[in-house]
Design a protein around this ligand. Structure first.
Ligand SMILES: [Zn+2]
Length: 254
């Protein structure tokens, strides 16, 4: 292969598994040559193909494990792997978290429904519909939260270590992606967190919340919880029946 032409350098690159969905069609599923005006880094090469570094678990350059900051000078063969839950890569070789033990998220502005669904599932999820990019990045770093976004550019910021590019535009499918990607099914704990403010819910005595209840609710419901942060009162009948059926099925809510 000619890897140097007209002062451009060329590398062979191949993306594996679901990373292909982030590539233009003609680049999917096989190696292609990428010509570059000058030497670059592994990270910039990969992201120049449209794949944020947060999606990549392992990079091999000429068969050897590489770091994102490693230089690419031309002539290399580069293989880029996504996070496979069931593929045994030694922990020291992985770039991404594959399971989250105590998941906490910060959710981009256009994913409000997803944020609500994550809260219904019991996951700590910060969301504001007017958050600026720099605020999202700051929160992700300061509070060690996973950044969830549909904006690849946001994930390409070098400082972002933990992030996920949400593929689907359907909120229930988005939640399912995240549960699968971070192996969270066992940690689902429905109705333990406030949908409105992300606060934790605690059990409340009926007598303590009586004033906040409509007459029919007072009559028919006896178990209540209340948000420790904003005081919102919840009861079993209040929201569950109206939830999206697919969401109820995904979260195994009867
Ligand atoms: Zn609340």
């Amino acid at each position: 292969m000619r890897t140097h032409t007209n002062d451009h350098i060329g590398v062979w690159i191949r993306f594996y598994g679901p990373l292909n969905t982030l590539l233009s069609k003609e680049r999917r599923g096989s190696s292609f040559i990428r010509y570059l005006p000058e030497s670059t880094t592994v990270k910039d090469l990969i992201e120049g193909c449209g794949v944020p570094h947060t999606e990549v678990d392992l990079v091999l350059v000429n068969g050897r494990k590489a770091a994102f900051d490693d230089p690419v000078e031309g002539g290399e063969r580069i293989s880029v792997y996504p996070v496979f839950l069931n593929l045994e890569i030694p922990p020291s070789d992985r770039k991404q978290t594959r399971t989250l033990e105590f998941p906490s998220f910060v959710v981009d502005v256009n994913l409000g429904k997803l944020a609500g669904y994550l809260r219904i599932a019991g996951f700590d999820s910060l969301y504001r519909n007017d958050a600026m990019d720099k605020e999202l990045i700051h929160t992700a770093l300061e509070e060690d939260r996973m950044l969830l976004t549909r904006d690849r550019r946001l994930l390409m910021h070098r400082v972002i270590k933990a992030g996920y590019f949400v593929r689907s535009d359907q909120p229930v499918e988005q939640l399912e992606e995240i549960l699968i990607r971070f192996d969270l099914f066992k940690q689902i704990s429905p109705f333990t967190r406030c949908i409105h403010c992300n606060g934790q819910l605690e059990e409340a005595e009926k007598s303590d919340v009586l004033e906040q209840l409509e007459p029919l609710t007072r009559r028919y419901y006896h178990r209540f919880s209340r948000c420790k942060s904003c005081g919102q009162v919840y009861w079993a009948g209040s929201h569950r029946k109206r939830l999206n059926p697919k969401l109820r099925e995904l979260l195994d809510i009867g």
